[in-house]
Design a protein around this ligand. Sequence first.
Ligand SMILES: [Zn+2]
Length: 392
Amino acid sequence: MSVWRPLVGQDAAVEVLSRAVAGQGMSHAWLFTGPPGSGRSNVAVAFAAALQCSEGGCGECPSCRTTLAGSHADVSVMRTEKLSLGVDDIRGLVRASALAPVGERWQIMIIEDADRLTDHSGNALLKAIEEPTPRTVWLLCAPTVEDVLVTIRSRCRQVTLATPTTAMVAEFLIAGGAEPSVAAYAARASQGHIGRAKALAHDEETRSRRREVVQMASRLRSLGDCMTAAASFVDATGEEADAITGAQDARDKAELDAAYGVVERGRRPREYAPALAALEKSNKLRAKRRRLDMIDRGLMDLVSVYRDAIALAFNPQAGLVNEELRPEVAEIAAAASPEVNVRRIDLIFAAREQMLEFNVPPALALEAMMVGLWEAGHRPRGEVERGLGEPA
Ligand SMILES: [Zn+2]
């Protein structure tokens, strides 16, 4: 299977990239931008595989397979769990980028979070991008072009990824073996996020966790309900995050043990303990970031319910993201005006900002948010629209 096949809805980008692989419009620095879930890093990796492959990305040869698996000797991937990319991280990558490739083709450096470059680390990178070694290619990824330092982005060829349509996602899931009805549901509920769509299509637990979150919107009937909802929101999203990180942590530990020749009950080399401590520290950061990512996703699921309610208020036949919850959505639409539901969406975004930007503990931010969502439907209308914060 060609390396481009799994890139759902990215035909325009694939067209540009496969031309570059064939020698038309190749550049030494690329910037891939697109919303979360559009698959920025997957596109970058597929492009890297196509560049290393003598067939332009067959997906089958050792070059393609090792690149896709993350073990190609001439493809380095920099990803971080930290909030910014430090100058030391970048210097190491810049040094490696100057080496001639082991193979015959390219030395490829992928930076997954180019939006996390600081002025300092950006400067360290800038020189490498300005005066590239002939066989070196930089592939940078970020949510939007504006997230990347202007000095860096102005030297990159930019590729903007699209959000795939519901129909494209459903088709992709069906091709992967999903039942058509499940595929349709997963495509709608994922709102264009491919990884999420796959999880929803193939994992009943992911579906039930999502159901739990979106149903909260119709269950906030007392202060007690709000507290319960906040707690189960933290639990549901935490479980999902831990399911993913748990498997990764075990893999990392096995790799570390193998690298240090550690066997059960065997002797540990002196360097092992600090390496293990460093791994555990970075895994902790990763777990924290993944939990926040999952909370963020849960919040967007909740937003989709209120957006559905607004759509229904204007058109009873409107297609809904949460089609399976139509009766509940109708109830929310009947009980609160579109203005109230807009205000609720604002409250969700405010909670999100508190957690992601200001490090407010999720449990606290979510409790306040749930109470706000409930109150919004119970205060006199004028008061809600003016956005007064005093509880009734
Ligand atoms: Zn190949």
